[in-house]
Write a protein that binds this ligand. Structure first.
Ligand SMILES: [Zn+2]
Length: 304
């Protein structure tokens, strides 16, 4: 798997002394985020990354009936997910037979075709005709976990809205996949994400806050997403994203992105009606455009 060049810059603005704080609060504002690169532990080791789908099950939602796939991998011990809509995406690792298993084992881990019904004893009672070769590349969203935005509906970011919109678009098109990666807070974890929020309340933007905590502005990687896509038989996709770094990383892994579909927040589409509470989200997205290369048109009302 090819990876891009490792970023050599080290982020040394610590919070250990008052001197460091005074020193560090000035400089990082001018730093423009370079393309994200994977952490060195991954590029330096020789372990071949692999993923395996452990189980899948039907999840009915407000935006349609999806199949949730839980993956394991040999890199980080986290349960990364694929939320799949449409019959033509099958996980190779899930469907492959396991030593010693019987039909009920296969049913319980989700390696069946069609929909289950009470009393069913065979895993392939439905004959699904897979015609994905004749269909256009599907919509895909590669989404990173955001507890505050998705579960608490925090207005600091647009993650919850992006996830819902991606599922809605996929459902309305009839097929597609959301890869859900467990890399909270652009990879720094929930505790440091909350520290970064406190720094933002002191007046720093999201990029500077990460740097003040000795993190790069964006620690996320997408190598696991690329392998999950490959496991689902997806080599060519239409990606829902504003993030050019994501496209570069997965294309380096061999995934072909034939189209980028922007994720424009509803409030920006609606030209910012005055009753909304999204002021903090607006500032957050503006920083992503200005300092993280995100591809969005900032509404005129937010420009100086
Ligand atoms: Zn978020």
């Amino acid at each position: 798997m090819k990876r891009s060049t490792v970023l050599k810059k080290s982020y040394t603005n610590g919070l250990t002394t008052n001197h460091n704080i005074r020193f560090s609060l000035k400089a990082p504002e001018t730093i423009i985020t370079p393309p994200t690169t994977p952490p060195s532990y991954f590029t330096n080791n020789k372990i071949q990354l692999n993923v395996e789908c452990l189980v899948r099950a039907r999840i009915p939602t407000n935006t349609g009936e999806f199949f949730l796939h839980v993956y394991k991998n040999n890199k980080d011990g986290k349960e990364h997910l694929a939320v799949v809509y449409g019959d033509d995406f099958r996980s190779k690792s899930l469907d492959s037979s396991r030593p010693g298993e019987n039909e009920m084992d296969r049913i319980v881990r989700g390696a069946y075709t069609g929909l289950l019904k009470p009393g069913q004893t065979r895993s392939n009672e439905s004959n699904i005709s897979i015609v994905s070769n004749q269909l256009p590349p599907p919509l895909v969203r590669i989404h990173s976990e955001c507890f505050t935005g998705e579960t608490l509906k925090s207005a600091r970011c647009d993650c919850g809205e992006q996830l819902e919109e991606a599922m809605r678009l996929i459902q309305s098109e009839g097929r597609g996949v959301v890869i859900y990666l467990r890399q909270e807070g652009r990879g720094i974890g929930l505790a440091d994400k909350l520290r970064a929020y406190n720094l933002q309340d002191l007046g720093h933007d999201t990029v500077t806050a990460n740097i003040l905590l000795n993190h790069p502005p964006d620690l996320r990687t997408y190598d696991i997403a690329s392998l999950i896509l490959a496991d689902l038989g997806l080599t060519s996709i239409r990606l829902l994203t504003n993030n050019p770094d994501k496209i570069e990383q997965i294309e380096n892994d061999g995934v072909k992105v034939i189209e980028r579909i922007p994720m424009v927040p509803q409030a920006w589409k609606d030209k910012l009606d005055s009753n909304r509470i999204g002021h903090e989200m607006d500032q957050y997205l503006k920083v992503k455009v200005e300092r993280m290369r995100h591809l969005l048109n900032i509404p005129e009302s937010l420009l100086p």
